[in-house]
Design a protein around this ligand. Structure first.
Ligand code: ADP
Length: 465
C-alpha cells in the first residue's frame, strides 16, 4: 500500500470513528443486525474517505510545492527537526521545517556574500560609488567615503545628490550622459577645496535588472592621478629649467665671441678679460652638465642599494682636504668629530664622497667668512647620523621642504655667483635614498644650518655576506 493510500485510510478511519463506534454499539445491543451494520460502517468509512480525499490531495500538492522550494537534500530532514504531527499534516510540517532551515541557510549565505563584497569594495584603494537614476548616491566604498564625507558640509552620503559633494561640471555632465543612455565616459577633474587632488573618473552604466527607482544605474570608479600629473608637470618644469640654466651661460658665450670678433678684435687686454669670463661661463655649463649626469646615474641605480664597506671617517677627511682651497678663500675652518664611526658604513665610496662634498661645500659657501664648519657623527642602534653644521645665514623655514628639488634655490643670483648649480642637494637626497638613509635639515635664519644624513653601519653579518 502506498503512503498516499495509507494517509487516506488513516484519515477516513479517524474521521469516521464516532459514526463507526455508534454503529458498533447499535449492533452490540441488537438494535442493528450485523449485515446491514457492517454495510453502514463501510458507507461511513467510504463516505469519509471520499470527503477527505480532496483536502488531503491538496495538502499533498502543497507539500510537493514546498519540497520544490527547499534547497536542502532530503537527508537533512533530521537536522531540520521533526514535527510532532503525523500523516499528511506531518509531511507538510516537516517540509515547512526544512524550508525554514533552507531559507535560513540561504539568508546567511546572502549576508556572508554581501559582507564579502563589501569588504572587497572597501579594500579597493580607489573610490567607488554607485548612483540611482536621479544621480543620487546609493553606495560609496571606504575610499569614497573618506574622499567625499564632510565635503561641502555633507556628512551622510546615502541618498545625496552627487552634485552636493562633487561640484565639477565635467563629471556631472558625464553622469547625466551615462544615465541618459550613453556608454562609458572617462573624465578628469580636480578637487581644489582642501588640498589639490586630481582624479580620473570612469562613469559606467549599470543596465542589469534595475527595476526600482532607487536601484543603482551608474557606477563611478575614481583613480587618484595627482602624483602622475605632478610628475608630468615636474618633468616639463625640469626640461624648461635645464634649458634656462644652460641658455644663460650660452647666451653670454655667444655675446663674448661676437665682442672678440668685433669691438675687442684688436684689444689684447679686453680679449684676456673676455676669455676669463668665457672660461667662467663654460665651467658653469660643464658643472651643470656633470651634476645632471651624476643625478641621472644615481637615479638609475636608486632601486639597488650599495653594499660595500665604506670608511666614512676617511672619506670625510679626504673631502675636507679636497675643499681646503675653498675654505682658505673664505677663511673657514673645519672641525671633525667622527670618533663614533668605529666601523665602516654600508654604501658606495664615490657617492658618499660626493654627498659629503656637496654638503661641506654648501656649508663653506653659505657659512660666514671666518666661521667654523663642524662635521659630527653619532651612532644609535647600528645607524650613523652624520651632521654638517655651519654658522651661516640659515634658511627661512618655508624654503626648507623644497631645497632638494632640482634647481631650487633660496637666492638664485647668490647661488650662481658662488658657482652653484642648484642641483647639489637634489644629488645628496638621491644618494641618501639609494643608501636607504634619510636627509634632514634643521636651520635657524641668522644662526646657521645642520644637514644630517643617516647611514647603516656595517654589521659582522654583512661582512660574512
Ligand atoms: P646650490 O648649487 O645653489 O648651492 P644646492 O642644491 O646645493 O644648490 O642648494 C640649494 C639651495 O639651498 C642653495 O641655493 C641655498 O639657497 C640653500 N642652501 C644649501 N645649503 C645651505 C646652507 N648650508 N646654508 C644656507 N643655505 C643653504
Amino acid at each position: 500500500m502506498t503512503p498516499k493510500t495509507n494517509h487516506l485510510l488513516a484519515a477516513a478511519l479517524c474521521l469516521g470513528l464516532p459514526g463507526t463506534i455508534a454503529l458498533i454499539a447499535l449492533i452490540a445491543v441488537d438494535r442493528l443486525s450485523l449485515g446491514p451494520g457492517l454495510i453502514a460502517i463501510a458507507f461511513v468509512v467510504g463516505g469519509t474517505a471520499v470527503l477527505v480525499f480532496r483536502p488531503l490531495s491538496r495538502l499533498r500538492q502543497l507539500g510537493n510545492r514546498l519540497e520544490g522550494l527547499i534547497d536542502l537534500p532530503p537527508e537533512s530532514a533530521a537536522e531540520a527537526g521533526q514535527p510532532d504531527d503525523t500523516g499528511a499534516i506531518g509531511d507538510v510540517a516537516a517540509a515547512l521545517f526544512r524550508l525554514e532551515r533552507s531559507w535560513g541557510r540561504d539568508r546567511k549565505q546572502l549576508r556572508d556574500g554581501l559582507q564579502a563584497a563589501q569588504l572587497l569594495f572597501d579594500a579597493l584603494p580607489d573610490p567607488l560609488v554607485t548612483l540611482d537614476a536621479q544621480a543620487r548616491l546609493v553606495y560609496a566604498n571606504a575610499a569614497a567615503r573618506k574622499l567625499l564625507e564632510g565635503r561641502h558640509g555633507v556628512n551622510d552620503l546615502a541618498g545625496r545628490d552627487l552634485s552636493a559633494v562633487i561640484r565639477q561640471p565635467g563629471i556631472l555632465q558625464a553622469v547625466t550622459d551615462v544615465l541618459g543612455g550613453m556608454s562609458t565616459r572617462t573624465v578628469e577633474f580636480t578637487f581644489t577645496d582642501r588640498v589639490d587632488q586630481s582624479f580620473e573618473a570612469r562613469v559606467e552604466p549599470i543596465r542589469a535588472n534595475a527595476s526600482n527607482d532607487d536601484d543603482a544605474r551608474a557606477l563611478i570608479l575614481m583613480r587618484d592621478v595627482t602624483a602622475l600629473r605632478r610628475g608630468e608637470q615636474m618633468r616639463a618644469d625640469f626640461v624648461a629649467n635645464v634649458s634656462h640654466e644652460l641658455r644663460t651661460p650660452l647666451t653670454s658665450l655667444v655675446g663674448f665671441i661676437e665682442t672678440l670678433r668685433g669691438p675687442a678684435k684688436d684689444d689684447p687686454a679686453a680679449q684676456a678679460r673676455f676669455l676669463d669670463l668665457m672660461d667662467t661661463q663654460s665651467t658653469r655649463m660643464t658643472r651643470i652638465v656633470n651634476d645632471l649626469l651624476s643625478l641621472s646615474r644615481i637615479e638609475m641605480n636608486e632601486h639597488t642599494p650599495p653594499r660595500d664597506a665604506v670608511n666614512l671617517k676617511q672619506t670625510i677627511a679626504t673631502v675636507a682636504d679636497l675643499l681646503a682651497p675653498q675654505m682658505r678663500a673664505r677663511d673657514v675652518s673645519i672641525e671633525l668629530s667622527l670618533d663614533a664611526l668605529d666601523r665602516p658604513v654600508v654604501g658606495q665610496a664615490e657617492e658618499l664622497t660626493q654627498l659629503f662634498q656637496n654638503l661641506i661645500e654648501n656649508a663653506i659657501k653659505y657659512g660666514r667668512t671666518g666661521s667654523v664648519v663642524r662635521v659630527e657623527a653619532t651612532v644609535r642602534d647600528g645607524v650613523a647620523s652624520v651632521s654638517v653644521i655651519d654658522k651661516g645665514e640659515g634658511i627661512p623655514r618655508e624654503h626648507i621642504p623644497r631645497l632638494t628639488e632640482r634647481f631650487y634655490r633660496v637666492d638664485t643670483a647668490r647661488s650662481r655667483e658662488l658657482g652653484g648649480t642648484g642641483l647639489g642637494l637634489a644629488i645628496v637626497k638621491h644618494i641618501a635614498n639609494r643608501h636607504r638613509g634619510e636627509l634632514s635639515i634643521q636651520s635657524e635664519p641668522g644662526e646657521g644650518s645642520a644637514f644630517t644624513v643617516t647611514l647603516r653601519m656595517r654589521r659582522d653579518a654583512d661582512t660574512a655576506a
